[in-house]
Each structure stands twice: as C-alpha cells, then as structure tokens.
Design a protein around this ligand. Sequence first.
Ligand SMILES: NC(=O)c1ccc[n+]([C@@H]2O[C@H](COP(=O)([O-])OP(=O)(O)OC[C@H]3O[C@@H](n4cnc5c(N)ncnc54)[C@H](OP(=O)(O)O)[C@@H]3O)[C@@H](O)[C@H]2O)c1
Length: 276
Amino acid sequence: MSELGLGTMTILKHGEDEARRILETAISSGIRHIDTADVYARHDVERIIGEVIPSHRGDLFLASKGGNELTEDGMRWNPSPDYLERALHGSLERLKTDYLDLYYIHGGTLEDDLDATIEFMREQKRQGLIRQIGLSSIRPNVIRYWLKHGELDVWMTPYSLLDRRAETLDRKIPVVGRGVLAKGLLTDEWEQRLSDRGFEAWHADELAGELALMPRPIQAYALAAARRFCDVVLPGASSVQQLEETIAADRTEIDEAQLDRLLARLPVHPYKKHVT
Ligand SMILES: NC(=O)c1ccc[n+]([C@@H]2O[C@H](COP(=O)([O-])OP(=O)(O)OC[C@H]3O[C@@H](n4cnc5c(N)ncnc54)[C@H](OP(=O)(O)O)[C@@H]3O)[C@@H](O)[C@H]2O)c1
C-alpha cells in the first residue's frame, strides 16, 4: 500500500504565509511524510517546516537531504563526511528535531569517495540521528553501488507517466517517487505548461498529442500510476489550492483497466547517462 507525502521544494514560491498554510493543510489532511532538503530556498524551507511541525513531530515522518553545500552564488557538491556532519546538524537545528526519519545523500557520482559517505551515513544511523539511509539519484551506476554497499533503506527517483526510467532498474528497496506531476504537466493545466523544450525524453509535439489523449482527470491517473510503482508518492505544490487539488485527485476513483491500457501504451524510456 503506497502513501501520499508532500514535497516541499516549491512551497515558498508565494511567500511564507502560503508555505505555512500548505504544511498545515497537508498535516490536517492526514499527510505524514514530509520531504525537504537543506538547499530548498537556501535553508528557508527547512526553517519554515521547523516553525510549523514541532507540535506534530511525533505524528510525522520527516525526510531531508544533504551534500549540496551552499556557496555565495549557488552551491557545490560536497559529500565529504566533515561537511555532511555540519549539514545534518544544520538540518536538525532548523527543523527543531533530534532525529530525521530519513536522511538522503542528495546525488553524487562514482568519482566521489562513496565508501566514506556510506560509512558516515551508517554512523549517523548507529547514533540514532537518522533512522533510515536514503539516496536520491538518477545515475544507475551510483544507485547500483549504493544498493550493493550502502545498506540503503530508501531510493528516491523521479517517476511519472512521462518518466518511467526507474522501471528499468532492479528495485530491491522501498522507492520514493518525485516529479509525479511532471512539474504540473500531468494536471488540468497541461496546455498552459507545455513548452517547446518538451519534457525529459519527450519532444514537445509528441507530448502534446499524448497529453490530449490521456484519460481524465489526468492528475488522478498520474497519482494512481505513481502509487502503483512507488511506496511513497511525493507531489509538490506551491499553493494550498494545488495541494487541495492533488489530495482530491488522489481520492478520485480511476478506471484501473484504463490505467493498464495507458501504461501499456506509454514508452519506458531508458537511462541514457551514467549507465555503467
Ligand atoms: N534531487 C532531489 O532529491 C529532488 C529533486 C526535485 C524534487 N524533489 C522532491 O520532490 C518533490 C516534488 O518534486 P517536483 O516539484 O519536481 O514534482 P511535481 O509534483 O511533478 O511538480 C510540482 C509542481 O507541479 C505544479 N502543480 C502542482 N499541483 C498542481 C495543480 N493542481 N495544477 C497545476 N500545477 C500543479 C506546481 O508547479 P508551479 O510551482 O510551477 O505552479 C508544483 O510546484 C519536491 O518538492 C521535493 O521535495 C527532490
């Protein structure tokens, strides 16, 4: 049985009050799994979550991520244990909690000292600062390494009707799916959100044709498809209205046979980079 969570990357788009309302709406609607990262809005998303959740902490499953070190003009990848230790403690402080239910390494490459990062994560789990070890990655070679050596509890991956690459990997552990609404393309607003760039492996023309054919409401089918593959489905929202539409779509009964046909028709694109 899969679970609906909340992705918080975009909750600050319309200001702090709206961000707080999004979190409160999620919690009062029964959403438990809250996903964040230290870099979202340069620490501010974690800070807002830390203001809202303390009174609900015991009822929530809180996940964050580290490895992207903020710099003056952006961020740089830094999976060294020294940096990760500072990053994790920073997240705990902003989130006003003693532990995270899940802590992800927020990417990485085979050129990293993966064994050092893995040992860091094991140690945090032993100390109880994190309860589960996660990896958020779209690189098959990195994912395979962590699956083999990392005592990984959870893998986060993009997954949607429009990006089914994750189906091509051997999944041995629980999967958290992000990008399940394809940035709003899998909603009633799909026509306004189409661009010449297409989406992932889709060219703009074929994408428009496919979206026009999809069963309605698209958002309900998108969430149902993600729920079939993922243990936790993490739609994002930048307004309360969007979150309410997502929750309503998630509760909408869909025609399972129609979803079977849709999944049989839609392509499963292969990973093109970092395969070996
Ligand atoms: N590498 C990583 O680990 C990583 C990377 C990306 C995301 N994530 C996590 O996954 C979560 C979800 O990712 P995502 O934001 O890419 O996924 P998404 O769910 O595919 O897209 C969310 C976006 O879809 C649009 N949307 C949502 N509801 C809508 C509605 N009812 N009508 C029209 N548009 C709607 C909004 O776009 P607008 O804001 O433009 O309105 C919203 O920000 C993030 O919040 C984050 O927690 C992790």
